[in-house]
Design a protein around this ligand. Sequence first.
Ligand code: NAD
Length: 260
Amino acid sequence: MTTTHTVLITGSTSGIGLGIAQAFAALGNNIVLNGFGNADEVERLRAELAADHKVEVVYDNADMTKPDEIERMIGAAISRFGRIDVLVNNAGIQHVAPIEDFPVDKWNDIIAINLVSSFHTIRHCVPGMKNNAWGRIINIASAHALIASPFKSAYVTAKHGIAGLTKTVALETAENGITVNAICPGYVLTPLVEKQIPDTAKARGITEQQVISDVLLAAQPTKKFVEIDQVASLATYLASDAASSITGAILSIDGGWSAH
Ligand code: NAD
C-alpha cells in the first residue's frame, strides 16, 4: 500500500489482531484498535504503536456483543478519520465442551462475537467504502470455517457462518472496488489457544501436554504453530492493490491442516 489508509481491527488488544494492527501501522496506516484489556496496558500499546510508526492510533472499547456499541465505534472512527478503508473482523472467543454440556451463555457470546458482530461492522462500513469506490474487508475466520472438531460446536458454527458472509458480501460489492475475504488460520499460539488447553484436556480425558502434541499440532502436517506475523502479512497483502482480484476467497494458512 502506498496511500495512508484507516484500518479498523476488532479484537486488536491481543494475539492475531494486535499483530495485524502492528503490520498495518508499520506500512504507515492509521489504526483503530479495539478489544478488552487493562486500561494502562492498552494505552501503552496504543501510544507505542503510534510512536513507533508515526501514525495515528485510537482505541475504542466497543463490546462486540453489543450492536449499538459497534455502530457508535464505526461512527466515531469515521468522524475522526473521515473514512474506514480496511475493516478487519478479528475479535473472537472460544469455549470447549460437549454439546450436551455446552453453556447457553457461552454459545450466545461466541455466535455474537465471532459471527454477528461482523454483520454489524460490515453493514456500517460498506456505504462509505462504496462512496469511496475502494475498500477491503478481511474476516479472520479459522480452519474451523472449513473443518469441524469435536467439542467446539459454537465456534465451528460461527466460523462456517463467517465463510458464508464473506462470499455473500463479496458478490454484493464486487463492482464497487471492495474486496471481501476470509483468512483461515490453523493453530496460532495466542491467549485464545492457551486458554482452551485445560478444557480440551478435560473434554478428551488427556493431559495438557497431550493436547498440544496429539490434538493441536497433530492437526497440522507441518507440526508447527502458525505465526502471528504470517497471518498479518496475508492481511496486509489482501489490502494491497496487487490483491484487488481476490474477493470472496476463503484462504487457508494452516500448515496443511485443511489438506487432510
Ligand atoms: P486472543 O484471545 O489473543 O484475542 C482476542 C481479541 O478479541 C482480544 O483483543 C480480546 O480483547 C477481543 N475480544 C474478546 N471479546 C470481545 C468483545 N466482546 N468485544 C471486543 N473485543 C473482544 O485471540 P486470537 O487467537 O488472537 O484470536 C483472534 C481471532 O483469530 C479470533 O477470531 C479467532 O477465532 C481467530 N483464530 C485464532 C486461531 C488461533 O489458533 N489462535 C486460529 C484460527 C482463528
